[in-house]
Design a protein around this ligand. Structure first.
Ligand code: FAD
Length: 582
Protein backbone atom coordinates (compact mmCIF):
# COMPACT_ATOMS: atom_id res chain seq x y z
CA UNK A 1 0.00 0.00 0.00
CA UNK A 2 1.43 3.40 -0.90
CA UNK A 3 1.81 5.71 2.08
CA UNK A 4 -0.13 8.94 2.05
CA UNK A 5 3.07 10.98 2.33
CA UNK A 6 5.55 9.45 -0.13
CA UNK A 7 8.31 11.92 0.73
CA UNK A 8 8.63 10.16 4.08
CA UNK A 9 8.71 6.63 2.76
CA UNK A 10 12.50 6.48 2.74
CA UNK A 11 12.72 7.61 6.33
CA UNK A 12 10.16 5.00 7.38
CA UNK A 13 11.92 2.25 5.44
CA UNK A 14 15.27 3.21 6.91
CA UNK A 15 13.80 2.95 10.38
CA UNK A 16 12.37 -0.45 9.59
CA UNK A 17 15.69 -1.70 8.20
CA UNK A 18 18.15 -0.21 10.63
CA UNK A 19 16.27 0.19 13.85
CA UNK A 20 14.84 -3.32 13.69
CA UNK A 21 17.76 -5.58 12.82
CA UNK A 22 15.91 -8.74 13.82
CA UNK A 23 12.94 -8.10 11.66
CA UNK A 24 13.60 -7.48 8.04
CA UNK A 25 9.89 -8.01 7.44
CA UNK A 26 9.02 -5.54 10.16
CA UNK A 27 7.71 -8.29 12.42
CA UNK A 28 10.06 -8.08 15.39
CA UNK A 29 10.55 -5.33 17.89
CA UNK A 30 14.01 -3.79 18.30
CA UNK A 31 16.33 -6.06 20.29
CA UNK A 32 16.90 -3.71 23.15
CA UNK A 33 13.35 -2.44 23.74
CA UNK A 34 11.06 -4.71 25.73
CA UNK A 35 7.47 -4.83 24.57
CA UNK A 36 6.45 -3.79 28.06
CA UNK A 37 9.07 -1.02 28.41
CA UNK A 38 7.69 1.93 30.31
CA UNK A 39 10.67 4.27 29.82
CA UNK A 40 11.36 5.34 26.26
CA UNK A 41 14.95 5.78 25.01
CA UNK A 42 14.49 9.48 24.44
CA UNK A 43 11.64 11.91 24.00
CA UNK A 44 10.31 11.90 20.46
CA UNK A 45 6.90 13.41 20.70
CA UNK A 46 4.62 14.49 23.52
CA UNK A 47 1.24 12.93 22.86
CA UNK A 48 -1.78 15.06 23.61
CA UNK A 49 -4.96 13.01 23.81
CA UNK A 50 -5.82 9.42 22.95
CA UNK A 51 -8.78 7.88 21.16
CA UNK A 52 -10.19 4.39 21.43
CA UNK A 53 -12.40 3.33 18.54
CA UNK A 54 -15.12 0.84 19.43
CA UNK A 55 -16.66 0.14 22.83
CA UNK A 56 -16.70 -3.66 22.96
CA UNK A 57 -14.68 -5.47 25.63
CA UNK A 58 -11.46 -4.72 23.70
CA UNK A 59 -12.20 -1.00 23.49
CA UNK A 60 -13.29 -0.70 27.13
CA UNK A 61 -10.23 -2.62 28.32
CA UNK A 62 -7.95 -0.52 26.07
CA UNK A 63 -9.36 2.69 27.56
CA UNK A 64 -8.97 1.25 31.07
CA UNK A 65 -5.31 0.27 30.58
CA UNK A 66 -4.48 3.54 28.80
CA UNK A 67 -5.99 5.48 31.70
CA UNK A 68 -3.84 3.50 34.15
CA UNK A 69 -0.66 3.91 32.15
CA UNK A 70 -1.24 7.59 31.28
CA UNK A 71 -3.31 9.00 34.17
CA UNK A 72 -2.77 12.57 32.97
CA UNK A 73 -3.97 12.03 29.39
CA UNK A 74 -7.44 12.70 28.03
CA UNK A 75 -8.98 9.61 26.48
CA UNK A 76 -12.10 9.52 24.31
CA UNK A 77 -13.83 6.24 23.50
CA UNK A 78 -16.09 6.32 20.41
CA UNK A 79 -18.89 3.76 20.16
CA UNK A 80 -21.39 3.77 17.32
CA UNK A 81 -24.28 2.26 19.26
CA UNK A 82 -26.19 3.53 22.27
CA UNK A 83 -24.56 0.99 24.60
CA UNK A 84 -21.03 -0.29 25.18
CA UNK A 85 -20.00 -3.94 25.45
CA UNK A 86 -20.17 -5.04 21.81
CA UNK A 87 -21.00 -8.76 21.68
CA UNK A 88 -20.87 -9.05 25.46
CA UNK A 89 -24.43 -8.62 26.64
CA UNK A 90 -26.36 -10.28 29.46
CA UNK A 91 -30.12 -9.91 29.69
CA UNK A 92 -31.82 -10.55 33.03
CA UNK A 93 -35.39 -11.85 32.88
CA UNK A 94 -37.71 -12.44 35.85
CA UNK A 95 -39.55 -15.74 35.74
CA UNK A 96 -41.96 -16.92 38.44
CA UNK A 97 -39.77 -17.93 41.36
CA UNK A 98 -36.62 -16.03 40.45
CA UNK A 99 -34.59 -14.63 37.59
CA UNK A 100 -32.50 -15.97 34.75
CA UNK A 101 -29.74 -14.40 32.67
CA UNK A 102 -29.68 -14.86 28.91
CA UNK A 103 -26.19 -14.39 27.53
CA UNK A 104 -26.42 -12.95 24.03
CA UNK A 105 -22.72 -13.45 23.31
CA UNK A 106 -19.96 -15.03 25.41
CA UNK A 107 -20.95 -16.98 28.50
CA UNK A 108 -17.78 -18.35 30.11
CA UNK A 109 -14.05 -17.60 30.34
CA UNK A 110 -11.26 -20.15 30.59
CA UNK A 111 -8.26 -19.90 32.92
CA UNK A 112 -5.80 -20.16 30.04
CA UNK A 113 -2.18 -19.04 30.26
CA UNK A 114 -1.16 -16.36 29.71
CA UNK A 115 -4.18 -14.47 28.32
CA UNK A 116 -6.45 -15.71 31.12
CA UNK A 117 -3.98 -14.21 33.60
CA UNK A 118 -4.55 -10.76 32.14
CA UNK A 119 -8.33 -11.19 32.23
CA UNK A 120 -8.21 -12.41 35.82
CA UNK A 121 -6.02 -9.50 36.79
CA UNK A 122 -8.46 -7.07 35.15
CA UNK A 123 -11.33 -8.64 37.09
CA UNK A 124 -9.32 -8.14 40.28
CA UNK A 125 -8.50 -4.53 39.42
CA UNK A 126 -12.20 -3.88 38.84
CA UNK A 127 -13.03 -5.30 42.27
CA UNK A 128 -15.07 -8.13 40.77
CA UNK A 129 -13.13 -11.08 42.21
CA UNK A 130 -15.93 -11.89 44.66
CA UNK A 131 -18.40 -12.01 41.78
CA UNK A 132 -16.64 -14.94 40.09
CA UNK A 133 -18.75 -18.08 39.66
CA UNK A 134 -16.50 -21.05 39.00
CA UNK A 135 -17.21 -24.33 37.27
CA UNK A 136 -14.68 -26.67 38.80
CA UNK A 137 -12.66 -29.24 36.88
CA UNK A 138 -14.50 -32.07 38.61
CA UNK A 139 -17.95 -30.58 37.87
CA UNK A 140 -20.25 -32.46 35.52
CA UNK A 141 -19.90 -29.69 32.90
CA UNK A 142 -16.12 -30.05 32.86
CA UNK A 143 -16.23 -33.83 32.63
CA UNK A 144 -19.04 -34.23 30.14
CA UNK A 145 -18.66 -32.62 26.73
CA UNK A 146 -20.47 -34.26 23.87
CA UNK A 147 -20.38 -34.56 20.11
CA UNK A 148 -23.63 -35.36 18.33
CA UNK A 149 -22.82 -38.20 15.91
CA UNK A 150 -24.43 -39.72 13.92
CA UNK A 151 -27.78 -39.67 15.78
CA UNK A 152 -26.90 -39.55 19.48
CA UNK A 153 -24.69 -37.79 22.03
CA UNK A 154 -21.18 -39.22 22.36
CA UNK A 155 -19.17 -38.24 25.42
CA UNK A 156 -15.70 -37.00 24.47
CA UNK A 157 -13.05 -38.64 26.68
CA UNK A 158 -11.23 -36.03 28.71
CA UNK A 159 -9.10 -35.64 31.82
CA UNK A 160 -10.22 -38.18 34.40
CA UNK A 161 -11.48 -40.71 31.83
CA UNK A 162 -10.13 -44.18 32.54
CA UNK A 163 -8.11 -46.01 29.91
CA UNK A 164 -10.84 -48.65 29.58
CA UNK A 165 -13.64 -46.13 29.15
CA UNK A 166 -11.64 -44.45 26.38
CA UNK A 167 -10.90 -47.79 24.73
CA UNK A 168 -14.50 -48.88 24.91
CA UNK A 169 -15.72 -45.55 23.45
CA UNK A 170 -13.20 -45.73 20.61
CA UNK A 171 -14.28 -49.28 19.76
CA UNK A 172 -18.03 -48.70 20.08
CA UNK A 173 -18.66 -45.21 18.73
CA UNK A 174 -18.58 -44.57 14.95
CA UNK A 175 -17.40 -40.99 15.60
CA UNK A 176 -13.96 -42.41 16.53
CA UNK A 177 -13.77 -44.48 13.34
CA UNK A 178 -10.19 -44.67 11.96
CA UNK A 179 -8.60 -43.65 15.30
CA UNK A 180 -6.58 -46.86 15.66
CA UNK A 181 -5.34 -46.91 12.08
CA UNK A 182 -4.32 -43.25 12.37
CA UNK A 183 -2.26 -43.94 15.49
CA UNK A 184 -0.56 -46.93 13.85
CA UNK A 185 0.25 -44.94 10.71
CA UNK A 186 1.64 -41.92 12.59
CA UNK A 187 5.32 -43.01 12.83
CA UNK A 188 5.42 -43.50 9.05
CA UNK A 189 4.22 -39.99 8.23
CA UNK A 190 6.60 -37.84 6.21
CA UNK A 191 6.82 -34.15 6.87
CA UNK A 192 6.24 -32.16 3.67
CA UNK A 193 9.16 -30.05 2.47
CA UNK A 194 6.98 -26.96 2.75
CA UNK A 195 6.46 -27.59 6.49
CA UNK A 196 5.78 -24.31 8.25
CA UNK A 197 3.81 -22.81 5.37
CA UNK A 198 0.29 -22.00 6.36
CA UNK A 199 -2.49 -24.45 5.61
CA UNK A 200 -5.90 -25.21 7.04
CA UNK A 201 -6.28 -26.94 10.40
CA UNK A 202 -8.04 -29.70 8.47
CA UNK A 203 -5.29 -30.33 5.92
CA UNK A 204 -2.58 -30.24 8.60
CA UNK A 205 -4.29 -32.74 10.89
CA UNK A 206 -5.45 -34.89 7.98
CA UNK A 207 -1.75 -35.75 7.49
CA UNK A 208 -1.62 -37.24 10.97
CA UNK A 209 -5.12 -38.65 11.27
CA UNK A 210 -7.63 -38.94 8.43
CA UNK A 211 -10.27 -36.89 6.65
CA UNK A 212 -12.92 -38.76 8.61
CA UNK A 213 -11.34 -38.00 11.99
CA UNK A 214 -10.83 -34.33 11.15
CA UNK A 215 -14.47 -33.99 10.15
CA UNK A 216 -15.74 -35.98 13.13
CA UNK A 217 -13.54 -34.74 15.97
CA UNK A 218 -11.79 -31.50 15.02
CA UNK A 219 -14.53 -29.69 13.10
CA UNK A 220 -16.90 -29.62 16.11
CA UNK A 221 -14.21 -27.97 18.23
CA UNK A 222 -13.88 -25.16 15.68
CA UNK A 223 -17.66 -24.88 15.45
CA UNK A 224 -17.61 -24.22 19.19
CA UNK A 225 -14.96 -21.48 19.12
CA UNK A 226 -15.07 -19.84 15.67
CA UNK A 227 -18.33 -21.18 14.19
CA UNK A 228 -15.86 -21.77 11.35
CA UNK A 229 -14.86 -24.32 8.74
CA UNK A 230 -12.02 -26.66 9.72
CA UNK A 231 -10.92 -26.78 6.05
CA UNK A 232 -10.52 -22.98 5.87
CA UNK A 233 -9.22 -21.86 9.27
CA UNK A 234 -5.45 -21.38 9.53
CA UNK A 235 -3.40 -23.86 11.56
CA UNK A 236 -0.58 -21.33 12.01
CA UNK A 237 -2.96 -18.80 13.57
CA UNK A 238 -5.20 -21.10 15.58
CA UNK A 239 -2.91 -23.93 16.71
CA UNK A 240 0.63 -22.52 16.19
CA UNK A 241 2.13 -25.19 18.45
CA UNK A 242 1.24 -27.98 15.97
CA UNK A 243 3.30 -26.74 12.99
CA UNK A 244 6.05 -25.74 15.41
CA UNK A 245 6.30 -29.30 16.76
CA UNK A 246 6.20 -30.71 13.24
CA UNK A 247 8.96 -28.37 12.12
CA UNK A 248 11.25 -28.96 15.08
CA UNK A 249 10.66 -32.68 15.70
CA UNK A 250 9.85 -33.98 12.24
CA UNK A 251 6.34 -35.01 13.28
CA UNK A 252 3.62 -34.59 15.87
CA UNK A 253 4.23 -37.76 17.89
CA UNK A 254 7.91 -37.08 18.75
CA UNK A 255 6.96 -33.45 19.35
CA UNK A 256 4.14 -34.40 21.71
CA UNK A 257 6.40 -36.85 23.62
CA UNK A 258 9.05 -34.17 24.04
CA UNK A 259 6.37 -31.77 25.24
CA UNK A 260 5.19 -34.30 27.81
CA UNK A 261 8.51 -35.44 29.21
CA UNK A 262 10.91 -32.53 28.77
CA UNK A 263 11.28 -30.08 31.67
CA UNK A 264 11.64 -27.25 29.15
CA UNK A 265 8.44 -26.37 27.32
CA UNK A 266 8.20 -24.46 24.06
CA UNK A 267 6.17 -21.26 24.07
CA UNK A 268 5.77 -18.16 21.97
CA UNK A 269 8.20 -15.52 23.10
CA UNK A 270 5.39 -12.96 23.29
CA UNK A 271 3.70 -15.20 25.87
CA UNK A 272 6.73 -15.80 28.09
CA UNK A 273 7.46 -12.05 27.92
CA UNK A 274 3.97 -11.37 29.18
CA UNK A 275 4.08 -13.98 31.96
CA UNK A 276 7.39 -12.64 33.24
CA UNK A 277 6.12 -9.08 33.08
CA UNK A 278 2.84 -9.85 34.86
CA UNK A 279 4.42 -11.86 37.66
CA UNK A 280 6.86 -9.02 38.24
CA UNK A 281 4.24 -6.26 38.14
CA UNK A 282 1.49 -8.08 40.02
CA UNK A 283 3.04 -10.36 42.66
CA UNK A 284 -0.40 -11.22 44.11
CA UNK A 285 -1.50 -12.65 40.78
CA UNK A 286 0.33 -15.89 41.50
CA UNK A 287 -1.90 -16.57 44.52
CA UNK A 288 -4.99 -15.71 42.52
CA UNK A 289 -3.94 -18.13 39.79
CA UNK A 290 -3.37 -20.88 42.33
CA UNK A 291 -6.90 -20.34 43.63
CA UNK A 292 -8.20 -20.89 40.10
CA UNK A 293 -6.12 -24.05 39.58
CA UNK A 294 -9.10 -26.36 39.92
CA UNK A 295 -11.38 -24.15 37.77
CA UNK A 296 -12.45 -25.28 34.32
CA UNK A 297 -14.38 -22.15 33.27
CA UNK A 298 -15.89 -19.20 35.09
CA UNK A 299 -18.39 -16.43 34.70
CA UNK A 300 -19.60 -13.57 36.90
CA UNK A 301 -22.71 -13.11 38.99
CA UNK A 302 -25.23 -11.44 36.70
CA UNK A 303 -23.43 -12.88 33.66
CA UNK A 304 -20.42 -11.64 31.72
CA UNK A 305 -22.28 -8.39 31.08
CA UNK A 306 -21.21 -7.44 34.64
CA UNK A 307 -17.66 -7.11 33.34
CA UNK A 308 -18.52 -4.47 30.73
CA UNK A 309 -20.94 -2.70 33.10
CA UNK A 310 -18.21 -2.39 35.72
CA UNK A 311 -15.62 -1.27 33.16
CA UNK A 312 -18.00 1.43 31.95
CA UNK A 313 -18.65 2.57 35.56
CA UNK A 314 -14.93 2.78 36.34
CA UNK A 315 -14.18 4.68 33.14
CA UNK A 316 -17.05 7.09 33.77
CA UNK A 317 -15.67 7.84 37.24
CA UNK A 318 -12.38 8.90 35.66
CA UNK A 319 -12.53 12.60 34.80
CA UNK A 320 -9.97 12.14 32.04
CA UNK A 321 -12.06 9.59 30.15
CA UNK A 322 -15.06 10.42 27.99
CA UNK A 323 -17.30 7.71 26.50
CA UNK A 324 -19.07 8.97 23.37
CA UNK A 325 -22.00 6.71 22.50
CA UNK A 326 -23.91 6.99 19.21
CA UNK A 327 -20.60 8.24 17.80
CA UNK A 328 -19.77 6.41 14.61
CA UNK A 329 -16.34 6.71 13.03
CA UNK A 330 -16.72 7.28 9.29
CA UNK A 331 -13.08 7.78 8.30
CA UNK A 332 -9.65 8.22 9.84
CA UNK A 333 -6.39 9.53 8.50
CA UNK A 334 -2.99 10.73 9.59
CA UNK A 335 -3.06 14.50 9.65
CA UNK A 336 -0.89 16.42 7.18
CA UNK A 337 1.42 17.37 10.03
CA UNK A 338 1.69 13.65 10.80
CA UNK A 339 1.40 14.15 14.53
CA UNK A 340 -2.28 13.43 14.96
CA UNK A 341 -4.97 11.07 13.73
CA UNK A 342 -7.97 12.92 12.40
CA UNK A 343 -11.35 11.26 12.74
CA UNK A 344 -14.47 11.88 10.72
CA UNK A 345 -17.56 11.01 12.73
CA UNK A 346 -21.32 11.21 12.35
CA UNK A 347 -21.29 14.11 14.84
CA UNK A 348 -21.50 16.65 12.03
CA UNK A 349 -22.12 19.70 14.20
CA UNK A 350 -18.78 19.19 15.98
CA UNK A 351 -15.28 19.87 14.60
CA UNK A 352 -13.41 16.77 13.42
CA UNK A 353 -11.56 15.34 16.43
CA UNK A 354 -7.77 15.04 16.36
CA UNK A 355 -5.87 12.68 18.65
CA UNK A 356 -2.19 11.99 19.11
CA UNK A 357 -2.93 8.24 19.15
CA UNK A 358 -5.83 6.03 18.32
CA UNK A 359 -6.37 2.39 19.19
CA UNK A 360 -8.85 0.79 16.83
CA UNK A 361 -10.82 -2.14 18.22
CA UNK A 362 -13.25 -2.02 15.31
CA UNK A 363 -13.82 -5.19 13.30
CA UNK A 364 -10.99 -5.55 10.75
CA UNK A 365 -13.22 -5.18 7.71
CA UNK A 366 -14.78 -2.01 9.15
CA UNK A 367 -11.32 -0.55 9.73
CA UNK A 368 -10.30 -1.41 6.16
CA UNK A 369 -13.28 0.57 4.87
CA UNK A 370 -12.45 3.59 7.06
CA UNK A 371 -8.73 3.49 6.22
CA UNK A 372 -8.24 2.16 2.66
CA UNK A 373 -4.45 1.91 3.29
CA UNK A 374 -5.21 -1.19 5.37
CA UNK A 375 -6.82 -3.11 2.52
CA UNK A 376 -5.32 -6.47 3.62
CA UNK A 377 -7.89 -6.44 6.41
CA UNK A 378 -10.70 -6.72 3.87
CA UNK A 379 -10.01 -10.45 3.82
CA UNK A 380 -10.66 -10.95 7.55
CA UNK A 381 -14.33 -11.71 7.09
CA UNK A 382 -16.69 -12.69 9.91
CA UNK A 383 -19.49 -15.22 10.15
CA UNK A 384 -23.05 -14.66 11.31
CA UNK A 385 -24.54 -16.71 14.14
CA UNK A 386 -28.04 -16.93 15.58
CA UNK A 387 -28.33 -17.84 19.23
CA UNK A 388 -31.61 -19.15 20.60
CA UNK A 389 -31.79 -19.49 24.38
CA UNK A 390 -34.68 -21.32 26.03
CA UNK A 391 -35.60 -21.74 29.67
CA UNK A 392 -37.73 -24.68 30.80
CA UNK A 393 -39.16 -24.85 34.31
CA UNK A 394 -38.39 -28.59 34.42
CA UNK A 395 -34.91 -28.89 36.02
CA UNK A 396 -34.54 -32.41 34.56
CA UNK A 397 -35.44 -31.82 30.95
CA UNK A 398 -32.00 -32.83 29.61
CA UNK A 399 -31.31 -36.51 28.84
CA UNK A 400 -27.67 -36.04 29.95
CA UNK A 401 -25.80 -33.41 31.91
CA UNK A 402 -22.64 -31.63 30.83
CA UNK A 403 -21.33 -28.54 29.06
CA UNK A 404 -23.34 -29.28 25.95
CA UNK A 405 -22.64 -30.74 22.53
CA UNK A 406 -21.19 -29.75 19.18
CA UNK A 407 -22.20 -30.97 15.75
CA UNK A 408 -19.43 -32.04 13.36
CA UNK A 409 -19.15 -31.10 9.69
CA UNK A 410 -19.51 -34.79 8.85
CA UNK A 411 -23.23 -34.65 9.64
CA UNK A 412 -24.76 -34.07 6.19
CA UNK A 413 -26.98 -31.00 5.85
CA UNK A 414 -29.98 -33.24 5.07
CA UNK A 415 -29.62 -34.46 8.66
CA UNK A 416 -28.90 -30.95 9.93
CA UNK A 417 -31.22 -28.75 7.83
CA UNK A 418 -31.22 -26.05 10.54
CA UNK A 419 -27.44 -25.75 10.13
CA UNK A 420 -26.98 -26.04 13.88
CA UNK A 421 -23.44 -25.75 15.28
CA UNK A 422 -24.14 -27.02 18.77
CA UNK A 423 -26.12 -26.64 21.97
CA UNK A 424 -24.82 -25.29 25.30
CA UNK A 425 -26.40 -26.66 28.47
CA UNK A 426 -26.16 -23.28 30.21
CA UNK A 427 -27.57 -24.42 33.56
CA UNK A 428 -24.72 -26.93 33.87
CA UNK A 429 -22.01 -24.89 32.11
CA UNK A 430 -22.40 -21.79 34.27
CA UNK A 431 -24.28 -22.81 37.42
CA UNK A 432 -25.24 -20.12 39.91
CA UNK A 433 -26.06 -17.39 37.38
CA UNK A 434 -29.83 -18.00 37.55
CA UNK A 435 -31.90 -17.94 40.74
CA UNK A 436 -34.99 -19.54 39.15
CA UNK A 437 -35.14 -23.33 39.14
CA UNK A 438 -35.23 -24.94 35.73
CA UNK A 439 -33.06 -25.73 32.70
CA UNK A 440 -31.53 -23.20 30.33
CA UNK A 441 -30.03 -24.19 26.99
CA UNK A 442 -28.71 -22.23 24.00
CA UNK A 443 -28.86 -23.48 20.42
CA UNK A 444 -26.27 -21.94 18.06
CA UNK A 445 -27.14 -21.81 14.38
CA UNK A 446 -25.33 -20.70 11.23
CA UNK A 447 -21.67 -19.70 11.31
CA UNK A 448 -19.78 -20.81 8.19
CA UNK A 449 -22.85 -22.75 7.06
CA UNK A 450 -24.42 -19.35 6.29
CA UNK A 451 -21.40 -17.90 4.45
CA UNK A 452 -23.20 -17.66 1.11
CA UNK A 453 -26.58 -16.63 2.56
CA UNK A 454 -27.95 -13.22 1.60
CA UNK A 455 -30.72 -13.29 4.21
CA UNK A 456 -31.14 -15.03 7.54
CA UNK A 457 -34.00 -16.55 9.52
CA UNK A 458 -36.07 -14.10 11.56
CA UNK A 459 -36.62 -14.64 15.30
CA UNK A 460 -39.75 -16.73 14.87
CA UNK A 461 -38.08 -19.00 12.32
CA UNK A 462 -34.95 -19.23 14.52
CA UNK A 463 -37.05 -20.33 17.48
CA UNK A 464 -38.83 -22.95 15.38
CA UNK A 465 -35.49 -24.28 14.10
CA UNK A 466 -33.98 -24.43 17.60
CA UNK A 467 -36.96 -26.33 19.00
CA UNK A 468 -36.80 -28.79 16.11
CA UNK A 469 -33.10 -29.41 16.90
CA UNK A 470 -33.85 -29.95 20.60
CA UNK A 471 -36.72 -32.31 19.83
CA UNK A 472 -34.75 -34.35 17.30
CA UNK A 473 -31.47 -34.55 19.24
CA UNK A 474 -32.60 -34.56 22.88
CA UNK A 475 -36.29 -35.42 22.75
CA UNK A 476 -37.20 -32.10 24.41
CA UNK A 477 -40.75 -31.11 23.48
CA UNK A 478 -41.58 -29.07 26.60
CA UNK A 479 -42.81 -25.51 26.16
CA UNK A 480 -40.12 -23.02 27.28
CA UNK A 481 -41.34 -20.44 29.80
CA UNK A 482 -38.84 -17.82 28.59
CA UNK A 483 -36.68 -17.43 25.52
CA UNK A 484 -34.30 -15.06 23.80
CA UNK A 485 -33.38 -15.07 20.11
CA UNK A 486 -30.60 -12.92 18.66
CA UNK A 487 -29.15 -12.73 15.18
CA UNK A 488 -25.48 -11.72 15.54
CA UNK A 489 -24.42 -10.47 12.13
CA UNK A 490 -20.70 -10.79 11.33
CA UNK A 491 -19.87 -11.57 14.95
CA UNK A 492 -16.93 -13.97 14.73
CA UNK A 493 -13.88 -13.10 12.60
CA UNK A 494 -12.40 -16.01 10.67
CA UNK A 495 -8.63 -16.52 10.76
CA UNK A 496 -8.47 -18.28 7.43
CA UNK A 497 -5.29 -19.61 5.78
CA UNK A 498 -2.89 -16.70 5.26
CA UNK A 499 -4.15 -14.77 8.31
CA UNK A 500 -0.63 -14.23 9.69
CA UNK A 501 0.60 -12.96 6.32
CA UNK A 502 -2.33 -10.52 6.17
CA UNK A 503 -1.45 -9.27 9.65
CA UNK A 504 2.20 -8.94 8.61
CA UNK A 505 1.18 -6.74 5.66
CA UNK A 506 -1.19 -4.71 7.83
CA UNK A 507 1.59 -4.20 10.37
CA UNK A 508 3.77 -2.67 7.66
CA UNK A 509 0.90 -0.62 6.23
CA UNK A 510 0.16 0.76 9.69
CA UNK A 511 3.81 1.71 10.13
CA UNK A 512 4.17 3.41 6.77
CA UNK A 513 0.76 5.07 6.60
CA UNK A 514 0.08 5.86 10.24
CA UNK A 515 3.57 6.00 11.73
CA UNK A 516 2.67 4.40 15.06
CA UNK A 517 -0.29 6.72 15.65
CA UNK A 518 -2.90 4.12 14.82
CA UNK A 519 -2.73 0.76 16.57
CA UNK A 520 -5.10 -2.15 16.58
CA UNK A 521 -6.52 -4.56 19.15
CA UNK A 522 -9.59 -6.77 19.37
CA UNK A 523 -10.95 -10.04 18.16
CA UNK A 524 -9.92 -9.68 14.50
CA UNK A 525 -6.24 -10.39 15.10
CA UNK A 526 -4.74 -12.67 17.77
CA UNK A 527 -7.71 -14.61 19.18
CA UNK A 528 -11.47 -14.26 19.46
CA UNK A 529 -11.94 -15.20 23.13
CA UNK A 530 -12.59 -12.56 25.77
CA UNK A 531 -9.21 -13.41 27.31
CA UNK A 532 -7.51 -12.79 23.96
CA UNK A 533 -9.33 -9.48 23.51
CA UNK A 534 -8.34 -8.25 26.97
CA UNK A 535 -4.75 -9.34 26.40
CA UNK A 536 -4.63 -7.51 23.07
CA UNK A 537 -5.93 -4.38 24.80
CA UNK A 538 -3.29 -4.72 27.51
CA UNK A 539 -0.50 -5.23 24.98
CA UNK A 540 -1.43 -2.28 22.83
CA UNK A 541 -2.01 0.11 25.73
CA UNK A 542 1.35 -0.84 27.26
CA UNK A 543 3.26 -0.04 24.07
CA UNK A 544 5.39 3.09 24.31
CA UNK A 545 3.59 6.18 23.02
CA UNK A 546 6.77 8.18 22.73
CA UNK A 547 10.48 7.57 22.27
CA UNK A 548 12.65 6.52 19.37
CA UNK A 549 10.65 3.49 18.38
CA UNK A 550 7.08 4.42 19.19
CA UNK A 551 6.23 4.60 15.49
CA UNK A 552 7.22 0.97 14.90
CA UNK A 553 4.49 -0.38 17.21
CA UNK A 554 1.15 -1.29 15.74
CA UNK A 555 -0.38 -3.95 18.00
CA UNK A 556 0.51 -6.54 15.34
CA UNK A 557 4.27 -6.60 15.95
CA UNK A 558 4.28 -10.26 16.95
CA UNK A 559 1.27 -11.62 15.11
CA UNK A 560 2.75 -11.90 11.63
CA UNK A 561 4.38 -14.97 10.05
CA UNK A 562 7.28 -16.82 11.72
CA UNK A 563 6.71 -15.84 15.33
CA UNK A 564 9.62 -16.27 17.73
CA UNK A 565 9.58 -19.42 19.89
CA UNK A 566 11.49 -19.96 23.11
CA UNK A 567 11.89 -22.80 25.58
CA UNK A 568 11.16 -22.08 29.18
CA UNK A 569 10.97 -23.79 32.55
CA UNK A 570 9.90 -22.78 36.00
CA UNK A 571 12.86 -22.35 38.35
CA UNK A 572 12.12 -21.35 41.94
CA UNK A 573 8.65 -20.20 40.88
CA UNK A 574 10.14 -17.94 38.21
CA UNK A 575 9.81 -18.35 34.47
CA UNK A 576 13.26 -19.02 33.08
CA UNK A 577 13.59 -18.63 29.34
CA UNK A 578 16.47 -20.78 28.23
CA UNK A 579 16.78 -21.55 24.60
CA UNK A 580 15.67 -19.47 21.70
CA UNK A 581 14.60 -21.83 18.95
CA UNK A 582 13.69 -21.10 15.38
C1 FAD B 1 -22.26 -15.93 20.13
C2 FAD B 1 -20.89 -15.71 20.67
C3 FAD B 1 -20.44 -16.49 21.72
C4 FAD B 1 -19.17 -16.29 22.24
N1 FAD B 1 -18.78 -17.03 23.31
C5 FAD B 1 -17.60 -16.77 23.91
C6 FAD B 1 -17.27 -17.39 25.14
O1 FAD B 1 -18.04 -18.17 25.70
N2 FAD B 1 -16.06 -17.09 25.69
C7 FAD B 1 -15.20 -16.20 25.13
O2 FAD B 1 -14.11 -15.98 25.68
N3 FAD B 1 -15.51 -15.56 23.97
C8 FAD B 1 -16.69 -15.81 23.35
N4 FAD B 1 -17.04 -15.14 22.22
C9 FAD B 1 -16.09 -14.19 21.60
C10 FAD B 1 -16.10 -12.80 22.23
O3 FAD B 1 -17.33 -12.53 22.83
C11 FAD B 1 -15.83 -11.71 21.19
O4 FAD B 1 -14.75 -12.07 20.38
C12 FAD B 1 -15.54 -10.38 21.88
O5 FAD B 1 -16.63 -9.99 22.68
C13 FAD B 1 -15.20 -9.31 20.85
O6 FAD B 1 -14.95 -8.09 21.49
P1 FAD B 1 -14.34 -6.84 20.69
O7 FAD B 1 -14.40 -5.68 21.59
O8 FAD B 1 -13.03 -7.21 20.11
O9 FAD B 1 -15.31 -6.65 19.45
P2 FAD B 1 -16.84 -6.16 19.43
O10 FAD B 1 -17.58 -6.74 20.55
O11 FAD B 1 -17.30 -6.44 18.04
O12 FAD B 1 -16.72 -4.58 19.66
C14 FAD B 1 -16.49 -3.68 18.61
C15 FAD B 1 -17.30 -2.42 18.92
O13 FAD B 1 -17.04 -1.47 17.90
C16 FAD B 1 -18.26 -0.81 17.59
N5 FAD B 1 -18.13 -0.26 16.24
C17 FAD B 1 -18.13 -0.92 15.05
N6 FAD B 1 -17.99 -0.05 14.02
C18 FAD B 1 -17.88 1.18 14.57
C19 FAD B 1 -17.67 2.49 14.04
N7 FAD B 1 -17.57 2.70 12.72
N8 FAD B 1 -17.59 3.53 14.89
C20 FAD B 1 -17.68 3.34 16.24
N9 FAD B 1 -17.89 2.13 16.80
C21 FAD B 1 -17.97 1.06 15.98
C22 FAD B 1 -19.30 -1.90 17.70
O14 FAD B 1 -20.60 -1.34 17.87
C23 FAD B 1 -18.81 -2.67 18.92
O15 FAD B 1 -19.36 -2.16 20.12
C24 FAD B 1 -18.31 -15.30 21.68
C25 FAD B 1 -18.76 -14.51 20.62
C26 FAD B 1 -20.04 -14.70 20.12
C27 FAD B 1 -20.51 -13.81 19.02
Amino acid sequence: MAPRHPENLLEVLLKQCYLQPRCAAGQRRPLHVSRYTTQAAHEYHKPDSFAVLGGGISGLASAFYLSKKHPDKKITLYEQSSRVGGWVQSKKVDVGDGSIVFEEGPRTLRCTMPNGMVALDLIRQLGLENEILRTKKDAIAARNRFIYYPDHLVRVPGPGSSFFSILSAVIREPVFRESFTSILREPFKTVPSAAGEDESVGSFLERYTSTVLVNNLVSPLLHGIYAGDVWKLSVNSIFPMLPFLERTHGGLLPGALDLLFSSEKPALERDTDLIQHLLQEQPTLRGQLLEMKDTSVFTLKGGLGSLVTRLEEVLQQNKNVVIRKDAQIEALELNRTMDTIQLTTNLKDEPKPNHAFAISTLPAQTLAKLAPELDSLNDVHSVTVMIVSLFFNNPNVLPANGFGYLIPQSIPLEQNPERALGVVFDSDAAPGVDTAKGTKVTVMLGGHWWDDFSSYPDEEEGMRMARTVLARHLGIVDEPIANNVRLLKNCLPQYTVGHQARLGRTHRDLQTSFRGRLRVAGNSYGGVGINDCIRSAYDVAMLPTEGSYFDTYTGLNNLGPNPQWVKFKMVKRQVQVNTVTK
